[in-house]
Each structure stands twice: as C-alpha cells, then as structure tokens.
Write a protein that binds this ligand. Structure first.
Ligand code: DGL
Length: 263
C-alpha cells in the first residue's frame, strides 16, 4: 500500500520519520516542494494551487492516502482537497489542546508560519481550548529558510530567535507548540533558549497514529496484512531523488530528527 506525504520542504520529514516507526509496513512517497518553499508567506490561492499539483502527482503514483505534513498546507488547502479526492487526506494542526491542558500556571507559545498564524483555522482552535487566555502565537517564517539551508545552529539562528522573541518573557512559558513541521529541527536550540524545562509539542505522533487507524478502519488494509518493511521514495517537487549525496543529506536529516525526538 502506498502513502503520500507532502510538505513545502524538509519539515514534513519529521512527520514521515514518526510514521515510519508507527507504520513501517507501507511504501511511502515523500514530496517536498523545494521549488516553491517557503509557503508560509504566500497567498491562500497560490498555496492551494501548489498543493493541488503535488497531491495530484502523489495520486498518480498510486498513493491511496495523503498526509499533508505541513501546517500551512493543511490550513490553506485541506478542505478543497477533501472535496476533490475520494481518498483520505490527513492534515496536521498545532497541538493547542494538549499544550493548554499541560501548562498549569504557565503560558503556551505557539510558533507557526504567518499563514497558519493569521488564518481562522488556528484562531478557532485557540478560541475553543484557550479559555483562560494563556496562548500566544508567534510567526517565525525565518526558521523555515534556515532549516532549508541546513542552518540548525550558529549565530544567525540564535539572533533570529532572540529578535523574534524579544517581546516575550520566556520564563512565563512551560509549553512550546511547534506549529510548523520545519521547527522540529530546532528543538535542541529551543531547549536552550527557554529558561524553564520547556515541553515541546508537535502533532507528528498523533498524525502517525491517525494514519494507521485510517488505513485499517477504512478497510484499505487489514491489520493482519500489515507485515514486513515498506520503502520510501523522496521527491523534490516533481523530481525523484536518486543522487547519492542528496540521499545521504536526507539520511542526516532523519538522524537529526531522531536525536531531537528525545527532547
Ligand atoms: N512545514 C510547513 C508547515 O508545517 C511550512 C513551511 C513553509 O512556510 O513553507 O507549516
């Protein structure tokens, strides 16, 4: 069985990484739209067009379930995609509910792209769960570019984070919601920047469990048929990655994500 994963770039590898643990038996097609990343500052119409193309590409490859491993694409495009395709389309959204439930007397910071931060989807989620006004949303578009450039440490990264957070008292927060899949690469840095033992939440495990349940509950595959190990193919926009050096780069990104899983 083939499952398609989509992100604007390498952020969605963090979701794929988790799904490969929860559901190792399927064949994954990972599509990163590197020709058009970042999405977080584009218009909704533009994002819809790009995501529609990428999902069409994955469906043509034979994918029977699609995971939008991108909060921005989910915000902008999940509804039209679900209207267009009969196959399940699973999205990801910032983990506001568990963060509010765990924050005790502290606050919750949600980092996201500008599109995710300003669209009604996140606002409605916060209205639903943030009954005591404990959630602050901070757009951090620069982190997407830094991740795409492999800048996971160093002065430029730290300066960007310190400037973006200059108006916030970081000691007030116990929960950090990673509302963009690219931000998983910076968990080690966030752990150092926030003075408290900050709890970082992403939706990757939830999405991966949901993916497994979806393929079983919709009858796409019977649980007993899920055996052996599947495969992964990686695509940058419409191009399959076959170059050994680039495949090594992706392997190194998986290793970074694996280390950050423990934080
Ligand atoms: N990884 C994407 C997300 O989860 C966004 C990156 C972008 O701005 O392209 O929102």
């Amino acid at each position: 069985m083939k499952v398609g994963f989509f992100d604007s770039g390498i952020g969605g590898l963090s979701t794929l990484h988790q799904s490969m643990k929860v559901l190792p038996e399927v064949d994954y097609y990972f599509y990163a739209d590197t020709d058009h990343v970042p999405y977080g500052e584009k218009s909704i119409e533009e994002i819809r067009k790009l995501v529609d193309h990428a999902v069409g590409f994955l469906v043509d490859k034979g994918c029977e379930v699609i995971v939008l491993a991108c909060n921005t694409a989910t915000t902008a495009a999940i509804t039209p995609l679900r209207n267009k395709y009969k196959i399940p389309v699973i999205g990801i959204e910032p983990a506001v509910k568990p963060a509010v439930a765990h924050c005790k007397d502290k606050r919750v910071m949600v980092m996201a792209t500008p599109v995710t931060a300003k669209e009604p989807k996140l606002k409605n989620l916060i209205l639903k769960y943030d009954l005591e006004n404990k959630v602050d949303v901070v757009p951090m578009p620069g982190l997407v570019r830094l991740a795409q450039n492999d800048e996971f440490s160093g002065d430029r990264l730290l300066n960007y984070i310190h400037n973006a957070l200059a108006d916030y008292n970081l000691a007030d927060y116990s929960q950090l919601v990673l509302g963009c899949t690219h931000f998983n690469y910076f968990k080690d840095t966030f752990a150092k920047v926030f003075p408290n033992d900050i709890e970082m939440l992403d939706g990757n495990l939830g999405v991966s469990n949901h993916l497994r349940e979806t393929i079983i509950n919709t009858g796409l595959v019977k649980e007993e048929e899920l055996v052996g190990r599947g495969s992964v193919e990686y695509y940058y926009s419409d191009r399959k990655i076959e170059d050994g050096e680039e495949l090594e780069h992706i392997k190194a990104l998986h290793q970074r994500l694996e280390r950050n899983l423990k934080l």
